[in-house]
Design a protein. Structure first.
Length: 135
C-alpha cells in the first residue's frame, strides 16, 4: 500500500502579459515505511509516513488555445525540517460552464534534500473557478 499523492489549492492573482502568477498551498503524501526499534529486552516495529505541506509561488502560461504549463518554486515543510523544491506541470482544462473547469494535470517536481532528493510525479484532476469567465 504505497499510494502517494498531492492535494493543493492555487490562487492566481496577477496577470503579467500572458502569464498568470499566484500562490499554491498544499499537502504531499510520499510513502510509508516501517522501522524496527530494538534493545536487549524487546523489539518494536513503528510505522512512519513521509509527508509534507508546501507553499509555492506559481506561474501559469497558456500553450496553444487550450493547454497550459505551470512552474512553481517554494518550501516543503516536513516533520522537523524544511526543504526547497520546485514543480513543473502541463495541464488541460475541461470547461464545464463558462466559469467552472476541471483541469487535468501531469506534474513532476524536485525536492532538494542533503540525504536524498525526491522527484514526485503525479496526475491530478481538480476543480477551477475563473472569476472572469472562460477565455
Amino acid at each position: 500500500d504505497q499510494f502517494a499523492g498531492p492535494a493543493y489549492a492555487q490562487r492566481f492573482a496577477l496577470q503579467v502579459g500572458a502569464a498568470q502568477l499566484g500562490l499554491e498551498v498544499g499537502y504531499d503524501y510520499f510513502f510509508y515505511y516501517d522501522v524496527r526499534i530494538t534493545d536487549p529486552f524487546f523489539s518494536v516495529i513503528r510505522g512512519r509516513d513521509v509527508e509534507a505541506t508546501h507553499v509555492h509561488a506559481v506561474a501559469r502560461l497558456p500553450v496553444g488555445s487550450r493547454a497550459f504549463v505551470e512552474a512553481g518554486a517554494g518550501t516543503y515543510f516536513f516533520d522537523g525540517f524544511t526543504n526547497l523544491g520546485a514543480t513543473l506541470g502541463v495541464g488541460l482544462p475541461i470547461w464545464l460552464t463558462s466559469r467552472l473547469a476541471e483541469p487535468i494535470k501531469l506534474r513532476t517536481g524536485l525536492i532538494l534534500d542533503e540525504d536524498a532528493s525526491r522527484v514526485p510525479l503525479s496526475l491530478t484532476v481538480g476543480l477551477s473557478y475563473r472569476a472572469g469567465g472562460a477565455p
